[in-house]
Structures are given as C-alpha cells and as structure tokens.
Design a binder for this molecule. Sequence first.
Ligand SMILES: *[C@@H]1O[C@H](CO)[C@@H](O)[C@H](O)[C@H]1NC(C)=O
Length: 250
Amino acid sequence: VRKTVTPWRIHSTQVCSLLLLTNSCAEKQVYSAEGGKVTLEPTVPDQLKPLTSILWKHNDNLVVEWIKNLDSTDYYGAFDGHTNLDIETGRLEIDTWARNYSGVYSVEFNGQLQSKSYKVDVIKKVPKPTVVLKPLTCPNEDTCTLSCDGDTTGAEPVTYSWRADERDLHEKSEKSIQISEDDGHVKHFFCQMKNPVSQEDSDPMENPLHPDTVSLSNIEATLIPSGPWIYECVCVCVCVCVRACVRVCV
Ligand SMILES: *[C@@H]1O[C@H](CO)[C@@H](O)[C@H](O)[C@H]1NC(C)=O
C-alpha cells in the first residue's frame, strides 16, 4: 500500500531554482569512486523531529522509503541490496558499483521535500601516469615537452601537477610542461594526476637536458653502432663462423 506520486509535487530542481533567489537552496556536489561507497548525510530540521517518514529519490526514481507507522523500509530496484538507510538520521549510504548511480539524490522528511539535494558523480580513479617526452628527438631541440599521460576516460575532473626533484612546481598545473636548458640542473621530473577520489604519482623521468643524461646519451650514441654498419658486422661474423665450421667438418 503505497502513496502514488502526485503530479503537483514540485520537482526538486524547480524548488532549487526558486530557492536560489533566497540563497537557502543548495545542491551539494559529491564524488564517489566507481566501486566505492558514498554517504549522504542530510540535516533533519528540528521542527520535523521525530521523523515519521523518509523518502529518498534518485532523479525521479524511488530509492528507499521508510514509514514509521507501517514499520516498513522498502528499497527499490537497483538500490535494493546496494544501499543502507539510517532511520534515525536519514543518512543514506550507497554502494556505487556502477557509473549509473550518478545523478541527483533528494530526500523528503515527513512528506516535506528538503531543499538540499546531492549531485553525485561516480567516477573512475586516476591511472598511474607516465611522463612522456615529446618530441622523441629531444634533447636535440631547443625545447622539450613533458606530457603527463594516462587514460583518464571516466576519471574527469582530473588535475595535474609537476615536481622537479624535491621541489614542487606549483605554477605548473597543466598536462604538459615545456623544459629548456634553464632546467638543466634538474635530475628527475615527476607528475601527479589527481581527481576528487584519487591521486597517483608517476615514476621519476630522467631529465633529458641534465648534463649526466646528455653525456650518457652521447656515449651511448658512439658505443652502440647503428645503421647498415651493424648489419655488415653481423654478416662478416656469420661468414667467418660458417667458414670455420665448414673447415672443421670437411
Ligand atoms: C546500473 O546498471 C546496472 C547494470 O547495467 C543495473 O543492474 C542497475 O540496475 C543500474 N543502476 C541504476 C541505478 O540504474
């Protein structure tokens, strides 16, 4: 035996736009990690205590309804088994195991829609980022770009920060930074990805413009042969081996 939702009932966003004028309305932004839990903690106005009924909605769908007189707590649809209502405080705990638990949650106490609603965004945690050097020909360029890469699909809003050795580069909050010879003293660069539910640091990236790295890559360049020369060498070796082998066998 349940109340039907009467058509004249005002939608919470309408209440919001009306109340915004008087500044007594609030839609609280809440982020939850996919697979995590989110807790919505409303305040029960004194004049509504003690509570006789609680009704939570997700967008226009019912989440849970508690009616004191019937001594009943009913969880609806996708929320059955994934939510928990505290009937003393109205607190709702949601297991946000899928992205579709995002949306606007509103609550009614004793049949009165509360002006404060909750905009829940279920997002992914950020991945461990990798510092990628661009272009690959760096440091044989005037400037090199370091990019803090990783798949951030579903993890937005993501912010970036950079660190050079032990110092913070507070002002560098972009996904990519440019480094030049002025940064030659820096040994390692690190980047960090952060969103409202997580943060991850990259492994250290050797500064391609640091004297040690530069001289090392020069040495490597001279020691490690490349181009047709290496094929010639391999060829000669194989020939010599085969010839030696043939001689031993025959
Ligand atoms: C979200 O999607 C899952 C799987 O597709 C479904 O079982 C669940 O009912 C949905 N939840 C909501 C809140 O719509």
